[in-house]
Design a protein around this ligand. Sequence first.
Ligand SMILES: Cc1ncc(COP(=O)(O)O)c(C=O)c1O
Length: 393
Amino acid sequence: MVKFSDRLGKLSPYPFVEISRIIAEKRAAGADVVTFGIGDPDIPTPQPIIDRLLTASQYAPNHRYPETDGLPEMRRAFAQWYDTRFNVKLDPDTEVLPLIGAKEGIGHAAFCFLDPGDIALIPDPAYPVYGVGTMFAGAESHIMPLYEKNGWLPELDAIPADVARNAKLMWLNYPNNPTSATASEEDFISAIAFCRENDIALLHDAAYSEVGYDGYKPISYLEVAGSKDIGLEFHSLSKTYNMTGWRIGMAVGNAAMIKALFQIKANLDSGVPQAVQEMAIEALTGPQDCVADNLDAYTRRRDRVVKAVKTMGMSVDVPRASLYIWAKVPDGYTSAEMAQLLLEELDVVVTPGSSYGKYGEGYIRLSLTTPDEQIEKGCQRLETWKIPPPKGS
Ligand SMILES: Cc1ncc(COP(=O)(O)O)c(C=O)c1O
C-alpha cells in the first residue's frame, strides 16, 4: 500500500470541486440547474485580448519556456496600470512578479515566510487558499474571526500579544470574498501599524479591486504609507478582464518579498505562458471599456439578486464591491442546510458560508457571474418560494 502525506488527509474537498460534482450529477439527471456558485465570469474575454493571443500563438519564441519573472514589457504594463489606477509607483524590475493566477501566488507565498510550527494570521470567513497554503508550509493558522458588527474586518486588539509577537504573516482581502466588505484607508493604516509593530508580513489580496459599484473605487493597500516596507499585494486579471481560464495574476510590492516569491516559484513552476502574458499586456494597455461594461452587467444583476433574496425573507446588505451577495440565512437553518434545500427544492446552487470557515456559518453566498437570463430564472425561483419552517420548530 502506498503511503500518502499527512497534509493530504488534512485537506477538505475544495468547495467548488464538490459543487461542480453535484451540478454535473443533477444536470445528468435532467435538472435545469441555475448556479450562483463559483465566481467565474460568464462574459467572454474581450475580443482584442483574444486577438492578441491568436497573434502571439504564431510567434515561435512564445512556444518555449517563459522566464519566471515574465516579459519585461508585461511587468512595465502592470507598473504603468498601477500608477494610473492607484497613483502607486512600482519598479517593474524588482517590485512586480507575474503569477499563474493570484491563487498560485497566494498558495506559494506561504513558503516565503512560514516554516513548520510558525503562525499565520488568517481571516475567517475567507478565500480558502490562505489557510491551505499555511497548512502546506507546516505552519499554524491563528484565526481572525470577521464579524458583521465590525464590517467584516478583523479585531486586531483581540489577537493575543504572544500570538502577535510570534506571527510571521497576516492575510487580508478587500473587497472581500465572500462577504463583499470593503476596507478604508484607516483600516489599512491600523493593520500596517499592527504588523509593523510585530514584524509581521502583511499580504493583501486585491483580486476584486476593479469591481466597485455606484462609482466606488476600491483602494490599493499599497496607497497607504508604510505598506511597501512590509507587504505585497496580489492581483488577478481573472475578474477584471474575464480571464479566469487564462491564468494570470500579479504580486507587487516589497522588493525582497518579490525576490523570495520569485525564488520559490522558479523552483516549482515555469512561469506564465508568454502568449498569455501578451494577452495581459493587451488587457492592461488596451481599451478599458470592458471593465465598465462588466460593471454595468454586475450592477444590474446585483440589484436583481438582492431584490429576490430580500423577497425570500433573508437579510442582506447591498454590496458596494465584489461579485457576491452575502445573505443571512433564517434562524433555525445552518448555511449548509439552506444551500442543500435550495438545491433540492429549486435546483438553485449557492455556496454555504461555512465553506469559507466556521465564522461564515449562518450565511450563503450568491455569485453574480451567471448570464442575465439564468439570473432572472434563478431569482424567480427564489422569490416565488416560501422558506419552510426549520425542522423541529
Ligand atoms: C479572494 C480571491 N483571491 C484570489 C482568487 C483567485 O484568482 P485567480 O483566478 O487569479 O487565481 C479568487 C478567486 O475566486 C478570490 O476570490
